[in-house]
Design a protein around this ligand. Structure first.
Ligand code: HEM
Length: 218
């Protein structure tokens, strides 16, 4: 267990709270959505109480997921903007997968793979929201012609499956990079973890620390 002085705050409380709230809402939205894909998955609609409740709650939960992701977008977008140094990560992706850390890859707070995932998640949720609103029978579906509804249903199904696959990849990577789930639970990661996985962010934090020490001496 690393000492407190060796820990670095990676994710603030409000962001963590939003993330885990998102996980719960996404779980119920995704499972209820999947339950309508194939008869053998229909049992999943009981996770929200009953198939009827699932039908009513799914769109509302979807909106909650969208709003939570808007919050994540506001908080995390600045760390997920692509930089020239991300090319280094893409070029060395096989080394990254093999867990080799000998080369400095100039990785900021999030790596290029996380950034791609982040923007794909954001794109998928926008497609899900727009198509979901169009096909929402209780409120809006009657406003659109049948061909538009058909397109919306297709887009919704594709974006839904796409987002579920992205999240499965996200969970796999979170488990694979030891220490990152602890970071999302407690907020803190070790210095060694930051140096190993996010070298440029580590250098930026070290430079900030050094500048603060100089300021406090002056
Ligand atoms: C059991 C499910 C999940 C686990 C274990 C998990 C784990 C994590 C972890 C460990 C991080 C921090 C990564 C780091 O510090 O480098 C993270 C970030 C994030 N997660 Fe999850 N997550 C889960 C589900 C979800 C879901 C369902 C969504 C959205 C629908 C989501 C969206 C995000 C976003 C947007 C970030 C910020 C990443 C970035 O800024 O690039 N997560 N997650």
């Amino acid at each position: 267990m690393a000492k407190k002085k060796d820990l670095i705050l990676r994710t603030k409380f409000a962001e963590r709270l939003c993330h885990w709230f998102l996980v719960i809402c996404f779980f119920f939205t995704a499972t209820s959505g999947l339950s309508w894909f194939y008869p053998s998955l229909s049992w999943m609609s009981n996770l929200l109480g009953s198939p009827q409740l699932a039908r009513i709650l799914h769109p509302f939960l979807g909106i909650v997921v969208f709003l939570a992701l808007c919050f994540m977008l506001v908080k995390f977008a600045k760390y997920n903007l692509f930089a020239k140094t991300d090319l280094l990560w893409f070029r060395s992706v096989t080394g990254v997968i093999a867990n080799k850390h000998d080369e400095k890859l100039q990785i900021g707070k999030y790596n290029a793979g996380q950034k791609v995932l982040f923007w794909l998640i954001m794109t998928a949720i926008v497609v899900l929201l727009v198509s979901g609103l169009i096909m929402w029978r209780a409120y809006f579906a009657h406003l659109f012609p049948i061909p538009v509804l058909r397109l919306a249903i297709l887009a919704h199904a594709m974006a839904g499956i796409g987002l579920i696959l992205l999240i499965l990849g996200h969970i796999y990577l979170a488990i694979w990079v030891r220490g990152s789930i602890t970071g999302m639970v407690t907020g803190y990661v070790s210095r060694a973890w930051v140096r190993q996985h996010h070298d440029r962010w580590y250098d930026e934090l070290a430079a900030k620390d050094a500048a603060q020490k100089v300021d406090s001496k002056a």
